[in-house]
Design a protein around this ligand. Structure first.
Ligand SMILES: C[S@@+](CC[C@H](N)C(=O)[O-])C[C@H]1O[C@@H](n2cnc3c(N)ncnc32)[C@H](O)[C@@H]1O
Length: 212
């Protein structure tokens, strides 16, 4: 596997171009919902080029106490995220870190965002344990993730998983991320299914709460 320190310079360079249509279309309202009602300290894990930042910037107008942190291990993504935050005038504390080892204390975040990230992290269950650790009790996880589907379409996702990952910065089409989220020890987990074009096919957008 390619080292996270080296990152994916080509994928990072084309990411915004490749996702522009979806970002202007179906992803915009999903991202807007995701940040709705957030307050206090918010950590965007695997922030990429900062696709959530415009929505966090709007939210911070209504909620000036919002304090944004962004963890991103790929230096090419991180550079673009820094530029986007500067363009938006959004203060962000950047952490050049993996989801599996967040350099943050326990129970310090009011909310964590995971958007299109659990498909790519090396160890989703470890990443979710870290998310739980840094959330304060009662804190919320908001997620927007694609998940593998059943049946013949799911078998196509499995066949395509390796070439897709090679082109898409390590993104796996065939992860049962809904199950992983359910097994991660959160309470009140709930999501909406959103259909997506082949080969992604199914996106889940929802939230969960840390108890205790
Ligand atoms: C498909 S992009 C999504 C970026 C952004 N969250 C979004 O919604 O557009 C996946 C991101 O996860 C990052 N990533 C990969 N492995 C990671 C890990 N172990 N921990 C945190 N982020 C990771 C990648 O560098 C990339 O920026």
């Amino acid at each position: 596997m390619r080292g996270q320190r080296a990152g994916h310079p080509v994928f990072a360079a084309f990411y915004d171009f490749l996702t522009a249509g979806a970002e202007r279309g179906p992803l915009a309202p999903l991202r807007r919902n995701l940040v709705d009602g957030l307050h206090g300290s918010v950590l965007d894990v695997g922030a990429g080029t900062g696709a959530n930042f415009p929505f966090l910037a709007v939210r911070s107008l209504a909620q000036p106490s919002l304090t944004v942190y962004a963890a991103e291990p790929d230096p090419h993504m991180l550079r673009r995220a820094r530029r986007r935050a500067a363009r938006l005038g959004l203060p962000v504390t950047f952490l050049p870190s993996s989801a599996e080892a967040l350099p943050l204390g326990d129970a310090c975040m009011d909310a964590v965002l995971l958007t299109l990230v659990l498909c790519t992290v090396s160890a989703p269950a470890v990443a979710l344990a870290e998310v739980r650790r840094v959330l304060r009790p009662g804190g919320t996880l908001r997620f927007l993730e694609h998940v593998r589907v059943e049946g013949s379409a799911g078998r196509w996702q499995q066949r395509l998983a390796r070439p897709w990952a090679a082109m898409a910065g390590g993104c796996r089409l065939d992860r049962p991320t809904g199950d992983t989220l359910r097994q991660a020890g959160f309470a009140s987990i709930d999501w909406t299914d959103v259909p997506a074009p082949f080969p992604v096919l199914r996106v889940i957008a929802g939230s969960a709460r840390k108890v205790g």
